[in-house]
Design a protein around this ligand. Structure first.
Ligand SMILES: O=C(O)CCC(=O)C(=O)O
Ligand SMILES: [Fe+2]
Length: 387
């Protein structure tokens, strides 16, 4: 756990937690009791897409695996961010034993009986705990998955799940938060460093010291075995709103897919010990659209219960993210208006996949949060949000 050194430090962290938590008010709906259903209910049946399953051999190895010890790592990272917005890293320094423990504790949580999981359910206006994927309210069909969100200490919800036995879970999650934070900071340095930026150039968005802390969310995802995977959706297509997302997925079970313009849906195959790095919308803004924020989704399968652990990394609550001045000039004007993470999440809660357009600097369209929402929104648009 972060050592809190003073009351004001604590207040500041608490305030920043509230500020993004407000954007994550969630649905009252609860996940299905997956163990209790035999077939795919109509509520969870999606129209199959022609590109399912994506088994085109040409696309199988499209997402690069980058060894951080490779002397060319920086240029490989830049290329991957420009072309795809996603890559995997190995030799990243997070111990494999910890990743194994993380997967074990995640499986332990999701294999609890439904009634037990519901003890830690996310409250209607809450942000942490057990519940549906955050993007659920944007779609008329339900996804074949469940999640558990952690911001700061997991102890309160863990105690509800395991009144006498939550210490292991909390220790593993907290160790993972520390390691993922370190790796996120390193990756942000490498990703922006690949465009020639120095730590000095980016210290306003990534302060390493002082009381202004980066904001982070740990999201445990579970995709139970599915009776009819081709008509189910694990996690619907979306981009992450973070600067960067780190994702650890089960070794034995693929499911993550990324949309690539020329190729369609491309699998991000699990590799033992590797971590997936996703460029988020805020990084796309910072880079003045040089880097893509990857549209991705998760498929389910008939045989294995898949889990994944996503770590969303964002700037401190008061930081306005805008295209870095080093990347803009008369020929490359800033494409986006400055936004805090909270402001961006609010735009995303209303406009979902059109949120970037809403904050785009565009003389032709005076952007306003009152612009009409996208057609896919089916729920009350002001109550929900997502990462
Ligand atoms: O489970 C996965 O592979 C994807 C998870 C994801 O995209 C998310 O949590 O935002
Ligand atoms: Fe995601």
């Amino acid at each position: 756990m972060t050592k809190l050194t003073s009351a004001s430090h604590f207040r500041e962290i608490f305030q920043s937690m509230n500020s993004i938590s407000e954007s994550y008010k969630n649905t009252h709906m609860i996940p299905l009791d997956f163990k209790a259903v035999l077939g795919l209910p109509d509520s969870h049946t999606w129209t199959p897409t022609p590109d399912y399953p994506p088994d085109n051999p040409l696309t199988t190895n499209s997402v690069p695996v980058i060894d951080l010890f490779d002397p060319n790592a920086i240029s490989l990272i830049r290329h991957a961010c420009e072309r795809l917005g996603v890559f995997q890293v190995i030799n990243h320094g997070i111990p494999i034993d910890l990743l194994n423990e993380l997967e074990l504790q995640t499986r332990r949580l999701f294999s609890l009986q439904a009634e037990r999981k519901l003890r830690a359910v996310r409250s209607p206006d809450g942000f942490t705990g057990y519940g549906l994927p955050r993007i659920s309210t944007f779609f008329s069909k339900m996804m074949w998955s469940e999640g558990f969100s952690i911001k700061g200490s997991p102890v309160e919800h863990a105690r509800q799940l395991w009144p006498h036995d939550h210490t292991n879970f909390c220790n593993v999650m907290e160790a993972c938060q520390r390691e993922m934070k370190g790796l996120s900071e390193q990756m942000i340095g490498l990703v922006l460093g690949s465009l020639g930026l120095t730590p000095e150039d980016i210290k306003w968005v990534e302060p390493r010291t002082g009381s202004r802390q980066a904001q982070d969310v740990l999201q445990l995802n579970s995709y139970p075995v599915c009776p009819d995977p081709s008509r189910a959706m694990g996690l619907a297509p979306h981009t992450d709103s973070s600067l960067l997302t780190l994702l650890y997925q089960s070794n034995d079970t693929g499911g993550l897919q990324v949309l690539v313009e020329t190729l369609g849906w491309v699998p991000v195959n699990p590799i033992s010990g590797a971590i997936v790095v996703n460029v988020g919308d805020l990084m796309h803004i910072l880079s003045n659209a040089r880097f893509k924020s990857a549209v991705h989704r998760a498929a389910v399968n008939k045989i294995h219960h898949r889990v994944s652990i996503a770590y969303f990394h964002g700037p401190p609550s008061d930081v306005k993210v805008s295209p870095l001045t080093q990347l803009t000039d008369i020929d490359h004007p800033p494409l986006y208006r400055p936004v805090t993470w909270k402001e961006y999440l609010d735009a995303k809660a209303t406009h979902f996949d059109k949120a970037l357009e809403v904050i785009r600097n565009n003389d032709l369209r005076k952007s306003s949060p009152l612009s009409p929402p996208p057609s896919c929104i089916v729920g009350p648009k002001d109550e929900h949000n997502l990462l």
